[in-house]
Ligand binder design. Structure first.
Ligand code: KIV
Ligand code: ZN
Length: 518
């Protein structure tokens, strides 16, 4: 018997999330995130857009092969070539799904320059083609919330007749509002012939900050699949945040009486991993997974919390996988203790990986007396899975009031050691100028972000650096108790990643346009 209140969680972190400029993940990172999503109980993982690049295809294929429980979905535009390529990648999954889409609003129809009738015909052909390959087909009328009502009903009916098993209603530009979102799904289910034989999905963007509310309203209206991403990662203001809709249904089950298969205690760990690999830090006051979401600093709050945690807490930190920050280890902790602590934090390491992390842990313990969970998490989030052509060998900076800011640096580039001394507006600027002098490149710094891992002036700084060169984007990360060292390492990490991307030929998402639907 199917549970009519069970909501399917469709995670698109690896597709819509990764599409966000700068959020590009490596092959290994995508596999790791897919593994965590599967373990957490996500029902469907949209693993990528196989036609977009060789790398995307390989990632979707590998995720299809490794995934144990979730349905694996790939995205395809409304043409046979895209759909065939998508099927080639997802057919390796135990439970494959093809997701094909076309923009149906007047503005989107104008892009491939199709009349309403021509588009309707194309939808019929492409959904039928997908259904001949795979018995699980999702179809999306992109920009559904701005599509003329009669035409939306017409194309949804065509897609159902052609064999779509899920109809997704995207609010592509984040334009709708909760009452409209609920009403749209309710009216589609009531008016489109065959609607009761398919699952309706909601896919919201957060341009007006209403994605979570709109998704939950759509469920109220009859949708039974929510499309979302970890941390709300996604283009512009992002997509619906998975952790928000899941916890809203859990905490307010009394008025939002729907269930999911998500193990919410895994939310914090996956949020941190997605933040680390995408280079998109989670804002401190982000609902559910933000650093301050469970922090109670004001005197009144603390007093209330000590008397009864429910005074200011509507959910327990443990429910989302947040354990009490504790002093974990120090200089004398051994390898076995490190392995066991990391495993508690969600990191399972092989022997070689542990060896590498242990060396870095010891180096950190020499610099910092008290090592907290957050320090270990930061330690795990740095370290690249790409071959480093450029390595930092030495760095000395000079700075202070009314002093010239300079950096003397030695880099090992392709095995050859080179040194320079450069000046700048500050120590970081001087150090970045030194990198640019030793390894000339035209990449533009798009983002430089620093945050403290823990409290105290001996805290490690985590640094994210995003570089862009000819439309290719790479994000580097590092953490160190020395902010300038962390900054230079993050810059070099981004540069190494960019070099790998430069070498790899083949199209990127940036080069594959959604408008090329025909
Ligand atoms: O936002 C959107 O319309 C999409 C589609 C491809 C489903 O992401
Ligand atoms: Zn989207």
């Amino acid at each position: 018997m199917t549970d009519k209140n069970r909501v399917v969680i469709f995670d698109t972190t690896l597709r819509d999330g990764e599409q966000s400029p700068g959020a590009t993940m490596s092959h290994a990172e995508k596999l790791e995130i897919a593994g965590l999503l599967d373990e957490m109980g996500v029902d469907i993982i949209e693993a990528g857009f196989p036609i977009a690049s060789e790398g995307d295809f390989e990632a979707v294929k590998a995720i299809s092969e490794q995934t144990k429980n979730a349905v694996i979905c790939g995205l395809a535009r409304a043409n046979f070539k895209d759909i065939d390529r998508c099927w080639e990648a997802v057919k390796h999954a135990a439970k494959p799904r093809i997701h094909t889409f076309i923009g149906t609003s007047e503005l989107h129809r104008a892009i491939p320059n199709l009349t309403m009738d021509e588009m309707a015909e194309k939808i019929h052909e492409t959904v039928s083609h997908a259904r001949n390959l795979c018995d699980n087909v999702q179809w999306s009328p992109m920009d559904a919330t701005r599509t003329e009502w009669d035409y939306l009903c017409r194309v949804v009916e065509i897609a159902i007749k052609a064999g779509a098993t899920t109809i997704n209603i995207p609010d592509t530009v984040g334009y709708t509002a909760p009452n409209e979102s609920a009403d749209l799904i309710r009216r589609l289910i009531a008016n489109v012939p065959g609607a009761d034989e398919v699952v309706f999905a909601t896919h919201c963007h957060n341009d007006l900050g209403m994605a979570t509310a709109n998704s939950l309203a759509a469920v109220e209206g009859g949708a039974r699949q929510i499309e979302c991403t970890i941390n709300g990662l996604g283009e512009r203001a992002g997509n619906t945040a998975l952790e928000e809709v899941v916890m809203a249904m859990k905490v307010r089950h009394d008025i939002i009486p729907f269930t999911t298969g998500i193990d919410s205690t895994k939310l914090m760990n996956i949020s941190r991993r997605v933040a680390a690999v995408s280079g998109f830090a989670v804002q401190f006051n982000k609902a559910i997974v933000g650093k301050n979401a469970f922090a109670h600093e004001s005197g009144i709050h603390q007093d209330g919390m000590l008397k009864n945690a429910e005074t200011f807490e509507i959910m327990r930190p443990e429910d989302v996988g947040l354990s009490e920050t504790n002093l974990v280890m120090g200089k004398h902790s051994g390898r076995a203790a490190l392995r066991s602590k990391l495993s508690e934090l969600g990191f399972e390491l092989g022997d070689n990986q542990l060896k590498d992390v242990f060396v870095r842990f010891k180096a950190l313990a020499d610099q910092k007396k008290e090592i907290y969970d957050e320090d270990l998490i930061a330690l795990m989030q740095v370290g690249s899975d790409v071959e480093d052509r450029i390595k930092l060998a030495a760095l000395q900076v000079s700075c202070g009031m009314d002093l010239e800011k300079s950096a003397e640096m030695t880099l090992v580039i392709d095995g050859e050691s080179q040194t320079t001394r450069q000046t700048g507006d500050g120590p970081v600027d001087a150090a970045f100028n030194a990198v640019k002098t030793l390894f000339a490149h035209s990449a533009r710094l798009q983002l430089y972000q620093v945050s403290a891992v823990t409290e105290g002036t001996d805290a490690q700084a985590t640094v994210s650096v995003r570089l862009e060169e000819d439309g290719k984007i790479a994000t580097g990360q590092s953490a160190d108790v020395d902010t300038v060292v962390a900054s230079v390492r993050a810059y070099i990490d981004a540069l190494n990643r960019l070099l790998v991307r430069r070498e790899k030929s083949g199209g990127d998402l940036a080069e594959v346009s959604y408008k090329d639907a025909g």
